[in-house]
Design a protein. Structure first.
Length: 226
């Protein structure tokens, strides 16, 4: 089974290196954006060329969006792709974030082609450092479950890892529904310029939703549909 690995933080981001670590021993191809593409949503490139640079036997840096990467990967790099994994994103992609996230868009694009996928993101508390080794360990546990769990057609998984402090209990995997509360929409205004200052950690959360589960220290797993 060949797996495509991608992300929206760029091919050199530590999160995708942690994802490579998590799939060690499996057949995979890395096809990720050359540059940082966070927050690009499901944008695709149709009016300009997309440069592809092969960095290794199974590694490609693509000058496009995450959705572009999946399109190119499944049509030209690996036409027998069985799964697409996107991440590990440096920051949460919870609830309505799925409409903004390039990480999630990558697996949504895969689902449009009938290929199952998992988007994996790592919530971050107040700009504290990530523990990518621990994130890779949690991802192994998640993949052990989800790679063999049946998915309905045109569906995909969205996974969010919590940000734990030393000494906190190991997180549980919780299947839940996405939160439908909006993100904080706050701006600092300077003349005609608006600067977004919304605080992610202070967003509203529906009890039992993915935001609530992740913010409470567990792994939130939601099944989304194209």
């Amino acid at each position: 089974m060949t797996i495509i690995l991608t992300n929206d933080d760029g091919i050199d981001a530590p999160g995708i290196k942690a994802l490579v670590q998590a799939v060690n021993g499996q057949k995979f191809i890395v096809a990720a954006p050359r540059d940082h593409q966070s927050g690009c949503g499901h944008q695709v490139t149709t009016t300009s060329p997309i440069k592809l640079q092969q960095r290794g036997e199974f590694e490609y840096a693509i000058a496009g969006t995450p959705a572009d990467c999946v399109r190119i990967a499944v049509t030209h790099l690996c036409q027998d792709t069985k799964f697409v994994l996107s991440g590990i994103n440096a920051g949460g992609n919870l609830g309505v974030d799925a409409y903004i996230s390039g990480t999630v868009a990558a697996v949504r694009e895969a689902a449009m082609h009938g290929i199952p996928g998992i988007a994996i993101s790592h919530y971050r508390k107040a700009k504290q450092n990530f523990d990518w080794e621990f994130a890779a360990k949690l991802t192994v546990e998640i993949l052990t479950d989800l790679l063999h769990r049946p998915l309905e057609p045109w569906c995909f998984w969205n996974v969010n890892l919590p940000h734990l402090q030393p000494g906190e209990p190991e997180p549980e995997i919780v299947f839940c529904q996405p939160c439908n509360k909006p993100l904080p929409v706050n701006y600092r205004i300077d003349g005609d310029d608006f600067y977004y200052v919304g605080e992610y950690g202070k967003r509203d959360r529906t009890p039992g939703s993915d935001v609530d589960v992740c913010f409470s220290g567990n792994i939130a797993v939601t099944q989304l549909r194209v």
